[in-house]
Write a protein that binds this ligand. Structure first.
Ligand code: GLP
Length: 235
């Protein structure tokens, strides 16, 4: 089966962007793309929407579509894993200094994970890397029922791929983003000076049946990460 037309255009535009267009450079207009590739307006729009969702471009009403600043990792509103975010930027995701601790859920964690207080949970802490450089300090809590006794993820493995594999892949999440500063220990792990700014992202993710699969708290280096949202005026 061949890829849909918008996907082919999306790939072509992605190559154009990553191979040479400067940040904030305009993309050809919808009309120009339609003429150049012989595609319908709908197909061109679909390709541009996907690029915007991936954070590669941003759109300004009435002015057109522009290349995002790719020196920063841009996160879009689509629910994605760290690995997907980093791969979408053409970099290799990884982890280091990973620890897995088995513990009992306190009242707060139990209520978030929808399990009984005292139930067994797994706490995983990882420094997430992009092309080997530290990007994010991630703490994840999941119910022990989801994983085997010897649970561990190697440095190239994705938690979301693992959850997908057991039929509990996250599809929705409630997320809060806050500005913060790193403690000395956190800054050390992320290789920045103490008290450097960071974005704290708290996520509670659920699977297709609405069952909570993880509570996660991630601290992203503010110098390497930003959060991109495409907004539309309510009609
Ligand atoms: C992001 C999310 C976390 C999630 C992680 C999974 O960092 N903020 O909530 O646990 O992605 O990433 P991966 O599948 O690459 O392990």
């Amino acid at each position: 089966m061949s890829a849909p037309k918008y996907e082919i255009l999306r790939t072509e535009l992605e190559q154009l962007i990553t191979s040479g267009l400067d940040a904030h450079a305009p993309l050809p207009s919808e009309r120009e793309l339609m003429a150049q590739y012989g595609l319908s307006r709908m197909t061109v729009r679909e390709a541009l929407t996907r690029l915007a969702e991936d954070g590669l471009v941003y759109r300004v009403q009435g002015a057109g579509t522009f290349v995002s600043d790719l020196t920063k990792i841009t996160k879009s509103l689509t629910l994605t894993s760290f690995s997907e975010d980093i791969r979408a930027r053409g970099m290799v995701p990884g982890s280091r200094a990973s620890t897995v601790t088995w513990t009992e859920a306190d009242a707060e964690t139990a209520s978030v994970l929808n399990i009984s207080p005292g139930a067994r949970i797994v706490h995983m802490e990882r420094v997430r890397t992009a092309d080997g450089l530290p990007m994010c300090l991630e703490n994840v809590w999941i119910s022990a029922e989801l994983v085997p006794e010897d649970f561990e993820l190697d440095e190239n493995s994705s938690l979301y791929d693992y959850l997908e594999g057991i039929g509990r892949g996250p599809v929705t999440a409630s997320q809060t983003i806050q500005a913060t500063v790193l403690t000395t220990d956190q800054a050390h792990l992320l290789e920045v000076p103490p008290y450097s700014p960071a974005l704290a992202v708290s996520r509670v993710a659920a699977d297709a049946q609405g069952r909570v699969v993880e509570q996660a708290k991630s601290l992203y280096r503010a110098d390497r990460y930003d959060f991109h949202v495409t907004v539309e005026k309510a009609r």
